[in-house]
Design a protein around this ligand. Structure first.
Ligand SMILES: [Zn+2]
Length: 201
């Protein structure tokens, strides 16, 4: 019983509802050749067994923009890894799992992610209720209409061990997502430590 309670709390904590995350954010892109930590990022498209939908993501640009907008300036580099598709009805349609999204996500992805990498799972927004993304244990889930928003670095932050941080402008904040642009030093260190654990160097 206690375990279920903890799971529920975790779900509320980790499922990030960001209804107003459609306002374009503005940050100057910064790129660096001098990175402290680099991690490969696998991109995994989730499809349903009853028919395929199309995802229109340019993965190279996606990773490039994440680096320029949010990560290189902190010495963290993301590298494009494997691009693949999985069929998983449970994940594709999270409507049946309201309040349990995070635990369902972690359970349903436990066999499809690489332990030495970060994995980003992409699903269609149309089949979820108010979930922009989820992130934990080196895995992030993003609904595809949020791929251009700060939901992505926010969920990557969760996937690399960060919790919410209630300060406007912080990427781990839950209010005014379009204002989110910064990580603190403590958050940066924590992500780097997590990367060291995941990558092994
Ligand atoms: Zn969050």
């Amino acid at each position: 019983m206690k375990f279920i309670k903890i799971l529920l709390i975790l779900s509320v904590f980790l499922s990030c509802t960001t209804e107003d995350d459609f306002v374009p954010f503005q940050v100057e892109q910064v790129f660096s050749d001098n990175l402290d930590k680099v991690i490969k990022v696998d991109i995994i498209y989730v499809q349903s067994s009853s028919g395929h939908c199309s995802y229109n993501l340019n993965e190279t640009n996606f990773i490039h923009n994440l680096n320029g907008n949010f990560f290189h300036r902190y010495g963290i580099g993301l590298e494009k890894g494997v691009i693949k598709t999985i069929i998983n009805d449970e994940l594709y349609d999270l409507r049946d799992n309201r309040g349990q999204e995070s635990s369902v996500f972690l359970t349903e992805t436990q066999d499809s992610y690489d332990e030495n990498r970060l994995s980003i799972y992409i699903i269609k927004r149309a089949h979820t209720v108010a979930i922009a993304g989820i992130g934990k244990d080196q895995r992030a889930l993003i609904t595809d209409e949020f791929l251009e928003t700060t939901t992505v670095p926010h969920e990557i932050g969760h996937a690399l061990g960060l919790f919410h941080y209630h300060e406007e402008g912080n990427i781990m904040g839950q209010i005014r997502p379009h204002m989110r642009k910064e990580f603190t030093n403590t958050q940066t260190d924590r992500m780097k430590n997590t990367i060291t654990k995941i990558v092994g160097i």
